[in-house]
Design a protein around this ligand. Structure first.
Ligand code: AVJ
Ligand code: FE
Length: 437
């Protein structure tokens, strides 16, 4: 039986490695010419050709050198693709591999990885390393860079490059209450057992949470526009001190990519301008804007503990779910994940993806800003390297939860944690509000 488990894990790893690589090429060499791949579309982002070679270099470091003990293929390029050596703004001036060199390099790494997989022992019950966590880490890492590449596409100017996607889900019918109540009580935060969980999601631990209300759905463009039209950006009452300073310094008076068109709002989306859909979750707001909106609405952002409890806790059985709807893998009726569409679905979609307390769209559509600073859970143990999470603890990052339409299902679950600076707007982030009960 152990051998059968091992074969099943290896087959999944091989399939997922193939699937994510198709996605990466679909965002780079399949859709953009050489000039566009090496260009820097925004100071905030890497040239796409950097992300492409970086995911292969990361795969070489972890799956060939660390897991399989294979000698470095091109040690001289490690420095170029070390995210801590060179900030994004500096990457275009490095002697990077060109698009075809990068494709060849990552393809060769991949062939060696698949060859080495045969001889590996991945017994599920031993340490995380032996149970194949590094393989899942590398797969998730590439998907995370693919989402970053989509943010680069959104910032890019010029003719649309991305292909058409699935239509939006059918409009929901029936009434969706504005808020749901989460009763006071203990719940289990984090996980110790999920084979895909990063170190920052571990370990599972009990947390006592006072009762609170949380919005059933993310804040929509229409609701956010009311804040804008009400002069929300001009009233310091709604803003934190740092947020007001950001507002003054940045000159921003609406979410990124919004365009005023007389009485109407439009938005630029992957190279096309369209009327702003009022019922779509707002995207491209920074933490300061989310925090100000919540105060204007008489509410606040949820803590990440509240967010996770509302998404995952089944009070009647006192059990925790991997996804809001249960432990089954996401399907089309549960959530808008995996880049099936290049946009969030209307608020109130996916009744089949509701959490036990009735919150909808907790996973997919938009990342949700929480009020929490990014730190380690109690009992945090760095694994397998400090630069994934630990070096970011206490360094001014805010936690985001739930994944976006651009997040792949294997990099999304109730315990998954993302983080960014409170000024960042290029990620596919929105929010929902909460309040004390
Ligand atoms: C978890 C999205 C904040 O992009 O900086 C990619 C993921 N870590 N390569 C990031 C990551 C290393 C990380 N975030
Ligand atoms: Fe990376």
């Amino acid at each position: 039986p152990a051998d059968a488990d091992e074969e099943r894990i290896k087959a999944t790893v091989a399939d997922e490695l193939e699937r994510v690589r198709q996605r990466s090429f679909g965002l780079t060499t399949a859709v953009l010419d050489e000039d566009e791949l090496v260009a820097q579309h925004s100071q905030l982002m890497s040239p796409l050709v950097w992300d492409l070679a970086h995911v292969g270099n990361y795969e070489e470091l972890w799956l060939l050198r660390a897991a399989a003990g294979i000698e470095p293929m091109r040690p001289e390029i490690d420095d170029l693709y070390d995210a801590f050596e060179h900030p994004r703004a500096e990457r275009p001036s490095l002697p990077l591999l060109g698009p075809s060199e990068a494709s060849d390099y990552i393809g060769l790494v991949r062939r060696k990885v698949l060859d080495s997989l045969d001889g590996l022992r991945l017994t599920p019950d031993r340490s995380l390393m032996d149970s194949g966590f590094v393989y899942r880490m590398v797969i998730q890492h590439e998907h995370q860079h693919d989402e970053t590449m989509l943010a680069t596409h959104q910032l890019r100017r010029g003719e649309p490059a991305l292909p058409a996607t699935d239509p939006l889900p059918a409009p929901h019918d029936g009434h969706v209450p504005a808020e749901v109540l989460v009763e006071a009580g203990e719940f289990v935060m984090g996980t110790s057992a999920d084979p895909w969980a990063y170190d920052n999601e571990r370990p599972a631990h009990q947390v006592d949470v006072p009762a609170f209300w949380i919005d059933t759905v993310p804040v929509s463009n229409g609701a956010y526009a009311e804040f804008v039209v009400d002069g929300g950006y001009d009233d310091p009452r709604w803003w934190s001190a740092d947020g007001w300073e950001w507002r003054n310094r940045s000159g921003k008076r609406a979410p990124a990519f919004w365009i005023r068109d007389g009485e109407q709002w439009c938005r630029r989306r992957f190279g096309r301008v369209e009327p702003l859909p009022a019922d779509e979750p707002v995207q491209h707001v920074c933490w300061y804007e989310a925090d100000a909106y919540a105060r204007w609405a008489g509410k606040r952002l949820p803590t990440e503990i509240e967010w996770e409890k509302a998404a995952s806790w089944e009070p009647s059985t006192r059990t925790k779910r991997r996804f809001p709807w249960g432990d089954d893998a996401p399907t089309a009726g549960h959530a808008n994940l995996g880049q099936l569409r290049h946009r969030p679905a209307p608020t109130g979609s996916f009744p089949g993806g509701s959490s036990p307390v009735g919150a909808r769209q907790m996973l997919g559509d938009v990342w949700e800003w929480t009020s929490s600073d990014f730190t380690g859970h109690p009992g945090f143990c760095m694994f397998p390297y400090p630069e994934y999470s630990e070096v970011f603890f206490g360094a001014g990052y805010k936690v985001l939860r739930g994944g976006s339409w651009a997040t792949d299902p294997v990099a999304c679950r109730n315990t998954f944690r993302n983080w960014d600076y409170p000024i960042r707007r290029q990620i596919f982030a929105g929010f929902r509000c909460a309040r004390d009960a």
